[in-house]
Design a protein around this ligand. Structure first.
Ligand code: FPP
Length: 237
């Protein structure tokens, strides 16, 4: 089945869930699942770029994921850093524009450097906008936006009556980006877990009963077809 090229979602966000269960089912360690998950992500982003999707945002590491075993956290961080360094190297051959969303201050200096370098190297690319959420939490993002707005009010740079939805949107990590039209979560879990809390209010949700490493290009096509069947009302009739 083919999706309709005229009614494409502009922005798809993905919660890449199920890496560990995928690995466990194969009798392998969690790290094996994350490595495969990273490969799947690379393939899906390349495909998203090929089909002309404008924005893709993925949840790579949440503010809650620090509670995992240190070894697993380290594995994910090393994977992420290598992943960003690879994109930096391929910045000219793959037309993908990388942005990191989340609180970078808690991450290692090396990781922060890789993030900045990757964003800098890919900033003039004109293909898909690829947002990677790292140390991201939707409530945390809103707390930070609130503090930053309060600070401006305190300094007299902003009046309370200036605070509106656009102002809040523009104080989030995703400032100037469209809200996700569709959020896909793999692995059969039915929740958003603080992913794009503010931005997701009118997103269509799709839950796919497959672990993330098994997600394919056809699954992305299927997600777009499912999205195109939805009637979006944004609160109207
Ligand atoms: C969810 O599966 C996945 C994560 C918490 C991390 C996502 C990480 C990757 C896809 C690999 C690294 C990412 C990049 C960008 C290189 P889970 O661990 O919660 O699995 P489970 O639900 O089966 O326990």
């Amino acid at each position: 089945m083919e999706y309709n090229k005229q009614n494409m979602p502009k922005h798809i966000a993905i919660i890449m869930d199920g890496n560990r269960r995928w690995a466990k089912a194969k009798g392998k360690p969690a790290s094996f699942g994350h490595k495969e998950g990273a490969k799947t992500l690379e393939k899906i982003v390349r495909y998203a770029n090929k089909i002309g999707l404008e924005y893709i945002t993925v949840y790579a590491f949440s503010t809650e994921n620090w509670k995992r075993a240190e070894e697993e956290v380290n594995t994910i961080m090393v994977l992420l850093q290598n992943y960003l360094d690879d994109y930096s190297k391929r910045a000219d051959s793959e037309n993908i524009k990388v942005r990191i969303i989340g609180d970078r201050t808690a991450l290692s200096k090396g990781m922060q450097k890789s993030m900045e370098n990757c964003m800098e190297r890919t900033k003039n690319n004109t293909g898909v906008n690829f947002n990677i959420a790292i140390n991201y939490g939707g409530r945390d993002e809103l707390v930070k936006a609130t503090k930053s707005i309060a600070e401006k009010v305190k300094e007299g740079k902003l009046q309370i009556q200036d605070i509106d939805e656009d102002l809040i949107s523009n104080n989030l990590y995703t400032a100037n980006q469209p809200d996700p039209d569709l959020i896909v979560r793999t692995s059969g879990e039915l929740r958003l877990s603080g992913f794009l809390t503010w931005q997701s209010v009118y997103s269509e949700l799709l839950f796919i009963d497959k672990y993330w490493p098994d997600f394919t290009e056809e699954d992305l096509d299927y997600s777009i077809i499912e999205y195109q069947k939805r009637k979006r009302k944004f609160g109207a009739n």
